[in-house]
Each structure stands twice: as structure tokens, then as C-alpha cells.
Write a protein of this length. Sequence first.
Lengths: 422, 293
Amino acid sequence: MVPLEAAPRIPARFHGLVQVLWWALALTAFGLITGGIPTRYLEVQAHFQNERSLQELNIAPGSAALFFLLSNLAVVSAHNLLAWFLFRRRQDDPVALFVSFTLVSNGAILPLSLFYAGGAPFPWVRLLVDAVIYTGLVSSVVLLFIFPDGRFVPRWTRFLSVLWVVFALAFLVSAPGFPTWPRALQAGGILVMLAWVANGVYAQVFRYNHVSSSVQRQQAKWALAGLVAAVLGPFQYVLPFVILPSLAGGEVPNIFYQRVGASFFTYSFLIDQSGEMLFRFATIIFPLSFSIAILRYRLWDIDILINRTLVYGTLSALLAGIYFASVLLLENVFRSISGQQSPLAIVISTLAIAALFVPLRSRVQTFIDRRFYRDKYDAQQTLAQFAGIVRDEVDVNVLSRAILKVVEETMHPRASSLWLRK
Amino acid sequence: MRKKWFFGLGLLAILALPFALAYFLVEGSLNRTYTLPEESLPVDGSPGQVARGEHLVTALLGCTDCHGPDLGGKMLYDDALFGQIAGSNLTGGSGGVGAAYSDLDWERAIRHGLDYQGDPLIFVMASYYARLSDDDVAAMIAYLNQLPLVDRQLPATTIGPLTRFFILTDPALLPAQVIDHDHGPLEAPPPGVTAEYGAYLTTACTICHGPDFSGGLFVGSGLNLTPGGDLGGWTEADFLAALRTGQVPEGWELDEEKMPWKRIRQLSDDELRAIWLHLQSLPAVQTTPVEKP
């Protein structure tokens, strides 16, 4: 474990106070979420009662409601668990504590704004809900300006932070009216949020290029990975307002439903729900990456993760594109020949994808390594050439020179020599 | 560096390929030009014709389901990936198509699935209404021409990228593609309590009950109306009572959302009897009986 560079420690006499504050926030957030579950369960179940797509899929409304609530709880639990772990391990580190507080409140934004969108049973509950959401909104954006050493870099981000504190409060106060805002105003609000997050990303990139030490750069890589999810963080608060109108939307007339066909509406439903689920779980990247950045960044090689993500992300996208194009094209060809649909299009496309997987993976891997990991790629090439020499060469002098060359090219030592026992 | 750009562009091209294909194939269908026969319909706007048109539009054919009770239009579906689908405002009010449509335009929309510019209409019921008689279409037009104006602006129907894939797999979603446009004058069977007239009246019923009336495929689709189906033990009186009151002989109530009996009950006794006769004349199709939909 490596301590954060240049981060001042919290004196031991304040540890008790910090613990009280942390537990107060964590228990409040968790209590509010669990308290809102029964009402939310009934709401979601009632909404799904007449959802024909679920009936087409033979899924009971109660099961669907339970699934969505459990997914919310899973995300909250992941945030809280990581926050607790961070808190336990780094009570004297102000930045780690700030991240921990951020994770607790950030993880609660979506469930709280969903569970209490219809109102709170008591005004004090509403106040607590707003307080937790506000803490999450403010801290998750400010974190981008101060991570990992606790200083505002660039310096002007402190003014942005102050403005964000005000803006977030204004947004929170006016949020209940958000669905009725004119489209332009809604878009403006979202753009402002986006601008702050973009500044956070810029601040991290700036810090990486101009300020960070080598340790902080490794941390910044993890932090930047988490930014993908952090961007989504503040938007979680807007999301329910985007989702809820469709939840409350009227039913499609049966004659239209039957005319267009169930698959249209079922696919639409599934894509909407999958997108929402993906969004929900993507937010876990945020706590995960920041926790790793602080605690464990040396244990996992982020370069390998990034490399694999690039390779398999590109590969999946390529294969999906080829598959859909091939199905479309072949189906049209078969239809124009035989006048009807043929399963052959899907069979041929699937076989083509299976045959393409290995060669395409290899090519994508080579391309990514050559473009983004030049050193490793050159080293691999050198080793491959050396393997060829070893296979064919029997002269010890030639082999010795080849070994020294490989060592120099792959490890770049200041000096190298080879000692052979006669 | 150039290779990197080529790779990126190649990746983008492959990703965009299915969408580009779907886009251009569907655009081809949307931009297809249809040559329609010259038709003249006997639209006179007489009270009798308007009344018949109202009966067809509001009771028999279910136009109000998608175009709203005042036929001033309503939003049917709104999804970023699937598009915005609106039942048009059919009146001559602001945002309505009524003022722009001539009698011939109405006929093209109803029976050919084309708008007044000759472009195919999406998701409309034209394939079911294509065999309506000239007199009945004229009556519908006479009724539509005198609708009270409703000022309602609705977004134009747009198809999202994923809807294009559905249109490619089911060409009937663009009805103009599957309609026989060169049909000549069409006449309805003589009105009366006959199975033949009943068959004519039940054109729109096949949307939910299936082409052979043995029930649809999807949740909320209609019952099996053939003699071997869910009406096996019913009498003509039971059938009429079910469509008048919503109560079926088995004791449960028809779901108005799924089976619009409050609309259908406006049909006359003779029309319902003709439909009953038609249903009784259908080949029996055995399906699992529905206890309560």
C-alpha cells in the first residue's frame, strides 16, 4: 500500500468525530433506502401489472419489481462496501475519507431519487433525502478537481467548485418541477451538469500531464477509468424524471399493439430496461476504480485491463457489426431469390462469426499492441526473432550476441555482458 | 498514423454497415413511387352518407382507438431508438391533415396506405381497409370532411433506427408495399343477415383475432372465434349479449382495453347476427380454451 503523496494526515484526536460523521451518513442513506423499498416495490409492481412485454416473456410483475429493487440494492451495497473498506483502511487520509463519503452519498443518489420521487411520508424525511442527494451531487464533482492529493488543480477549479455548490442546490430545490420545464431549459440544465463533469475530466487530464508524480499518474489512470461512471453520477438524479414519464405513460391501444406486433414492443421494452440496468451497474465502476486507485493500484496492472478492454471491446463491436450486416444482406438476398425468409441467413452468419473470431482477435490484438503498446510489441517481436535464431543457430558466439541483443532491446539495461562457464 | 485512421474508419464503417443497409433499404421503400388507378368516389355529404361514415369510423373500424375519440390525433409511442409514432389529427384544425386532404387523398390513405403526397404511411391499417367498398369509403370521407375542427399539434411520425429492422422483416408495416393497388371498383355484399356480409364487416377484427379467427399470437390478442374455439357453447343470443353488455356466458367480463365491446355494441342487431353467421361458417380450429383472458 502506498500513501498518497503530499496528502496531510488527519490528527488522531479527530478520528472519533470522523467515525461518527461517516456512520451517520452511511446509516442515514441506507436507512432511507431500505425505508423506501416497500412503497417503491408496490409502485413498480403496479406499473408492471399490465406490462404486456413482461407477459410475453412470462415474467411475473412481482418478480420484475423485485429484480429491479435488488439491482438498486446491489449497486448501493457495492458503493457502501467499498466506502467502508476505504474508511477502515485510511481513517487518517483526508482524500481517502472524502472519496469514502462521496461513495456513500453517490451510491444513494439514484435509489433515493427514484424511491422518493412520488414524495416522502414526512417533511424531515424529505429533508434527509435531499441532504444525502446534495452531498452526493457536490462531492462527486468536486472529487474530480481534487483527486488524488486533495488540492484544486488547476487552481481555477476551486471557483468552479463553489459555483457547483450553488448550482447543485438550485437544481435540487427546483428539481420537482423538472419534468414540466420547457425542453430548452431541461437541456440547459443537463448541459450545465455536463460542463462541470467535462471540466472534472479536463482537470484530471491536466493533472496527469503537468502535476502528477509517477505514483499519482498510476492513480489517475484508475481515476480516469472511473470517470466514465462518474460522468453518469450527477445524471442519476435527472434519470428518474426521464424514466418516470414513461412509467406513467398511457397504454398503447390494443389494436395498434396487435397490428404492429408484440416483438416490436417487447424489444423496445427490453432495450430500455437493459440500458437502464447497464447504466445502473456502470456506476459501480466509479467506486471501484477510485478505491483501487487509493488502495491497490499496484496489485493489478491497469495497462492489461485497458489492453483487454480495447481488444475485446473492438472485437465484439466488429463481430456484432459483421453479424448484423451479414444477416440483413443475406436475408434480403434469400428473400429476393425465394420470396420468403430463410433461416439460412442466420446459420451462415453465425458460422462466419465463429470462423472469424480467432483470426480477427489476433489481428485486433496485434494492431492494438502495435499502436498503443509499442514497447511491449517491439519486445515481443524481438523475442520471436530470437526464438527463430535459437532454432536454427548452433554457433555459441552468434547465440551469445543474439542473447545480449535481446536483453538490450527488451529491458534497456545500462550495460550487459554474458558469462559462460567453459 | 495513417493506418490508425484507416483502422478507426474501418471499424466505424463495419459498425455502421447494418444501420446503413437498413436505412437505405427502408428509404428505398419509403421513396417508392406508386402508380394508382384513377378513381372517382361518390362522396355527396348527404346526412345518410355521413351517418354511415360515422358508423364505420367510430364503431366498426376502430379509427378512434389510434386517432383519439375526437379524431384529433394522439401520441401512440415515443422512444429514442424506435421513433415517435402518432395517430394523426384527422380534422381540419391546426395540426390536422383534414384541410389538406381532398377526397382522392383520403381514399389513398384509407385503401392504399399513401399520404396526399404519395408517400407510404407507416403502421396504418390500410391493408385491412383495402377491400372496403367504394360506397363505404365515400361514406367515411363524407364523415371525415365534416369533423369538428380540433387544434392539436402532434409530432410527425418518425421511425427510429431499430424500427427500420422491423420494417425490413415485416413489409406489412408499410402497408403500401403489400396492397394490391390495381383493384378496380369495389362493392360490398348486400347488407343483410348473411355470412357473406358478416365476413365483410369483420375485416378489422382479424387484426386481433387472426386471419382465420382462431385467435392472435400476442398477449391481449382476441379469442378463437371459430366453432372449435372459445365460443363453442355460445348461442347467437349469448354472442349479442356479450357484445352489448361485456358479460360472457362463462361469467366474466370482457376487458374493454383488449376487446372494445363498448364501441362494437353500436352495431345493429342485424350486423351482429351477420357476424355471428360468418363466424359459425368458419372452419373449426381447435385451440386451448381461454378460461379468462
